[in-house]
Design a protein around this ligand. Structure first.
Ligand SMILES: [Zn+2]
Length: 270
């Protein structure tokens, strides 16, 4: 159960990373991304905490690295899952609530600056200071929600992908399309508007732009999409806010053509 939770989180973070990092210019809000993900003991359900302590090295009251993205200053500084963050610059990370302490430290010339010094304690107890140069990324996090429903949705701020959806979409390119579609709803501020088929088609078009800029194979994404189940439409069949699969496919094809005429993906906009 814990291993599965980790695997789903890691996969979602890995697939979403290029979508966030390569699309900062198109996002309404950006954040400085230090190249690592964090977790703490109380992120886990009570029943899993003993395992989280034993296998992940988590301790009550501490903030720990959960994953490190390759090709980042964090990876070069040899940060590893299980390392504890003791301080960001000179701001200690402690107290309750822990994340508030961390967020304050980060805002106080932490990752908002070009270079931050992060004090680390490894699992073996060694302490060192890592120099972190954060990247600018889209501030739309993706989160795994444990549920039997096959569903991807957004609350207007973050992308929520169910565990059942992730299992139903074994291909990463196809998962990226689901994430990109939900990111598009956030970027387009669609949640403030009445759901319509036009908004859904707009989110599909925007998703292909986000995908192309992130380096995903958009032809493959659309052809996988065509042959797969369409979880996002899995809501009640009586609401007509979702266009038919055929209408979406046509819309995708049109956008693929437009995107391919743009010589450089970094020039692509919605
Ligand atoms: Zn949608």
């Amino acid at each position: 159960m814990l291993a599965e939770y980790q695997a789903l989180n890691d996969r979602l973070a890995r697939v979403a990373a290029p979508l966030r990092l390569k699309n900062a210019a198109l996002c309404p809000r950006t954040r400085r991304d230090p190249g690592f993900l964090l977790h703490k003991l109380d992120d886990y359900p009570d029943a899993l905490r003993p395992m989280a302590e034993e296998f992940l090295g988590l301790k009550d009251g501490g903030l720990f690295i959960r994953a490190v993205r390759p090709d980042t200053s964090a990876a070069k500084a040899r940060l590893e899952p299980g390392d504890q963050i003791l301080a960001v610059n000179t701001n200690p990370i402690s107290g309750d609530p822990l994340m508030e302490s961390y967020n304050r430290a980060v805002l106080r010339n932490g990752f908002e600056s070009v270079l931050s010094k992060v004090k680390i304690r490894t699992k073996a107890g060694r302490e060192f200071v890592a120099r972190i140069r954060p990247d600018t990324a889209c501030d739309i996090p993706s989160t795994v929600v444990f549920s039997q429903d096959i569903n991807g949705h957004t609350n207007g701020r973050e992308v929520l992908i169910t565990s059942a959806l992730m299992r139903s979409v074994p291909d990463d390119t196809n998962l990226a399309l689901v994430i990109a579609h939900e990111m598009a709803h956030v970027i387009g501020d669609h949640m403030r508007q009445t759901p319509t088929q036009a908004l859904e088609l707009e989110a599909d078009r925007m998703a292909l732009v986000l995908m192309a800029r992130a380096g995903y194979d958009i032809d493959a994404a659309v052809s996988f999409w065509k042959s797969a189940a369409h979880p996002h439409e899995g809501g009640s069949s009586d609401d007509n806010s979702h266009p038919t699969t055929q209408a979406r496919y046509k819309n995708f094809q049109k956008e693929l053509k437009r995107i391919k005429k743009v010589p450089d993906v970094t020039l692509l906009t919605f």
